[in-house]
Design a protein around this ligand. Structure first.
Ligand SMILES: Nc1ncnc2c1ncn2[C@@H]1O[C@H](COP(=O)(O)OP(=O)(O)OP(=O)(O)O)[C@@H](O)[C@H]1O
Length: 312
């Protein structure tokens, strides 16, 4: 395996704020590495350190076998979090402008089609919707067919269908050998695209692993969440097993699918009113919430039963 990107002990402070507190990681050729973490965790600062637009106070970065500022630009694609085009340009002209920086750039119309912005190609960039602008920016990063692609929140503002199209494109790029380093707040995106995920919190890389490894290690058990329409304590008592309360939800950890029928019977016998039973496998979102210290929110649940109430 060839290491394309390596950071060793990267530290960056801004005044009294420690944005990165000694981050070390490496990314192999053809790998998709997703960086997740709360707002202000240091993700953009890390991307900027890796691409050479921020000089770390301490530590080293190696990109394509050299310092990030010496890496060949023709081999890199960088989609920053925010972007202002040079002058008043249409979406096509934005992509064409970047294509013009390379001797053997790709065909601009092919790139526009690939990121799904052909229909708005002749609209002024400033008049494009947020999602169309994001697509045009992504197109601009792809014109040189880069070996290493840095994508800072690539699908923010893009509608669900467009997001899936772009995920497919990123998967195709990775299958073709492109190394992708992306930051995202979208756990579904990270889980779907990444070979490995790194969780950054307060400038520290607190966990790195494949989505499956992270979920096994930190995601907790399969769980059943009962949304009660009455006393959560009565529901908890009816189950006769360890539960925890989260607002009007009663959460039972470690519930196997075969146990759900017995639980429904127990709730009915105790005349507990509930509006939803949802069973879920742990996901990357649970890992994030566990490690980034945020409040548990029952999300991505699979509804298994829904009843108005049982007080008939
Ligand atoms: N140029 C700067 N000057 C001063 N402080 C900065 C600068 N850039 C980043 N910071 C601070 O460093 C910390 C990390 O910021 P960074 O933008 O890297 O976080 P992030 O994880 O990308 O956040 P988000 O998810 O909101 O984009 C924050 O506290 C931020 O205010």
């Amino acid at each position: 395996m060839t290491t394309v990107l390596a950071a060793d002990g990267v530290r960056k402070t801004y005044g009294g704020t420690t944005a990165l507190d000694g981050v070390s990681l490496s990314v192999e050729a053809g790998e998709v590495f997703a960086l997740i973490g709360p707002n202000g965790a240091g993700k953009t600062t890390l991307v900027r350190s890796l691409t050479g637009t921020v000089e770390p106070d301490e530590g080293t970065v190696e990109l394509l076998g050299t310092g990030p500022r010496d890496a060949a630009e023709s081999r890199l694609g960088v989609l920053p979090q925010s972007f202002s085009p040079p002058g008043r340009l249409t979406a096509r002209e934005v992509v064409a402008y970047y294509a013009g920086l390379y001797d053997d750039a790709r065909d601009v119309d092919d790139v526009l089609a690939e990121v799904g912005i052909t229909d708005a190609a002749d609209t002024w960039y400033e008049n494009c919707s947020g999602g169309q602008q994001r697509r045009a920016c992504l197109g601009a990063t792809l014109v040189n067919d880069p070996d290493v692609l840095f994508l800072d929140e690539p699908t923010t503002g893009i509608d669900p269908a467009g997001r899936r199209t772009l995920w497919e494109r990123i998967e195709e790029l990775a299958a073709g050998g492109t190394t992708v380093f992306l930051t995202t707040h979208d756990m579904v995106e990270a889980e779907r695209l990444a070979d490995r995920v790194g969780l950054l919190a307060d400038g520290d890389l607190v966990a790195v692993g494949s989505p499956g490894e992270l979920v096994r290690e930190h995601g907790g058990d399969r769980r059943l969440t009962i949304t009660v329409d009455g006393s959560p304590t009565a529901a908890a008592d009816a189950l006769g097993r360890e539960t925890r309360l989260d607002g009007d939800h009663v959460v039972a950890e470690g519930v196997e699918p075969g146990e759900i029928g017995g639980i429904v019977d127990a709730l009915d016998r105790a005349s507990v009113d509930y509006t939803e039973l949802a069973w879920a496998e742990p996901s990357l979102e649970d890992v994030y919430l566990a490690l980034a210290g945020e409040r548990f929110e029952p999300r991505r649940r699979e509804p298994v039963a829904s009843e108005p109430t049982t007080d008939d």
